[in-house]
Write a protein of this length. Structure first.
Length: 397
């Protein structure tokens, strides 16, 4: 009989490893620009330090197939965490702007490897019949980190100094190593499983796993909407005179957490349609409320729908991608998910940030809303006009 137990020691360990890795990352996300500015970096240099991270993460994922075939998933996860640890220590030791850029590239390489293979290991551990539920719970570590680590990082930097900040980030990375160690390495968890004939892949296949085109497209669209909200909601609130906008993410994180407790079970029982559709509607409602928000209460109401939408959409897209490939291609499916999310996030921030400079942040959110309308239209068209393809891409492996 197939084992359907979800909460095993291995699953808890990989959730902890992923959450600690994201915690190490998220505490530095809002603080590195502040730290770089304190060292004399200008606006262009701060932009490079912030943006080059995503480019290096996408680059390293092009070699996912090579790495997993050579050393296996768990060693790849170790490599990613250690690179993040080296980068964090480098931020503290080397204080020139050039060294910060180099360290940021190293951090991107490590984060690209770490997130890809933590997710791939998690899917190997999760029983196939509970994959939607398991992927939802797997992301809770990231959710908790996103809600706590940025605020903690800012407090450590502003109330103490950068040494405390980088020490915290380093300790989180070390604990992630320890959690990974607790995850068993039997079977597919450690043995490379990529068939020899797939070792040599084109650049397209390295970036974009075959058979995942539509959920990857949706992931890119959501990356645009999600990354833009995360980056510019505070600027939008400042534009209309709403104070304490940081609570938007605190409340949003609570509802991301809540939605993931039931969204995954619904996915396993009904498939992606019944999870993604309410998620898309909730996130679209959040953007609509942001557009008309003139008060703190209305913005916080938007954060409730933001959390519900994001908590339903992101794990559903990841599960859909994993279910679209054979078991030996899950590392590449994981890389595809993060690549498309990063492409959408980075591209959306750069393009819509430029638009905001011309028409303002409130006006810019009209374009973000249009992206979610496109997301909804594309999903409904695919669901009802290509039912055979839909059924094939949501099969369980």
């Amino acid at each position: 009989m197939t084992n359907t137990i979800l909460w095993t020691k291995n699953f808890i360990a990989i959730i902890a490893a992923n959450g600690l890795l994201f915690g190490s990352f998220h505490c530095l996300l809002p603080t590195l620009p502040l730290y770089a500015a304190s060292l004399g970096a200008n606006g262009t240099e701060i932009g490079i330090i912030s943006g080059i991270f995503g480019i290096s993460a996408i680059f390293i994922r092009l070699f996912t197939n090579v790495f997993v075939n050579k050393v296996g998933k768990k060693r790849c996860l170790y490599m990613g965490i250690f690179l993040c640890l080296i980068a964090t220590i480098s931020f503290m030791v080397f204080t020139s702007i050039q060294s910060l850029m180099i360290a940021r590239i190293i951090q991107g390489l490590g984060f690209g490897l770490g997130t890809t293979f933590a997710a791939a290991l998690a899917v190997d551990i999760i029983p196939a019949s509970r994959r939607g539920e398991g992927v939802g719970y797997f992301g809770l570590g990231n959710t908790v980190s996103m809600g706590i680590a940025p605020a903690l990082g800012v407090a450590l930097l502003t109330q103490w100094n950068e040494a405390y900040l980088f020490a915290f980030a380093s300790i989180a990375a070390l604990l992630a190593v320890g959690s990974t160690k607790l995850c068993a390495t039997q079977g597919t968890l450690s043995v490379p499983s990529v068939p020899p004939q797939r070792n040599s892949l084109s650049l397209r296949d390295r970036f974009f796993e075959r058979g995942t085109a539509f959920p990857s497209f949706l992931t890119m669209l959501f990356g645009i909407a999600y990354g833009t909200v995360n980056s510019f909601i505070a600027m939008m609130a400042n534009e209309v005179g709403i104070e304490n906008a940081g609570l938007f993410f605190v409340i949003g994180t609570v509802f991301i957490f809540l939605s993931r407790t039931f969204g995954g079970r619904l996915y396993d029982a009904k498939g992606p349609f019944w999870v993604l559709l309410p998620g898309i509607i909730a996130y679209t409602a959040a953007l609509s409320l942001i557009l008309v928000a003139q008060s703190f209460l209305l913005l916080m109401t938007a954060s409730v729908f933001y959390g519900l939408g994001a908590g339903l959409i992101m794990p559903s897209l990841m599960t859909w991608l994993f279910n679209s490939v054979s078991p030996d291609r899950r590392s590449n499916a994981s890389a595809t998910y993060y690549n498309m999310l990063d492409v959408g996030t980075s591209g959306g921030i750069m393009l819509l940030g430029t638009i905001a400079g011309t028409i303002g942040y409130v006006g810019m959110f009209r374009y973000v809303l249009a992206v979610m309308v496109l997301f909804l239209a594309a999903f409904l068209l695919y669901r009802f006009f290509k039912p055979a393809a839909y059924i094939q891409t949501v099969r369980e492996n």
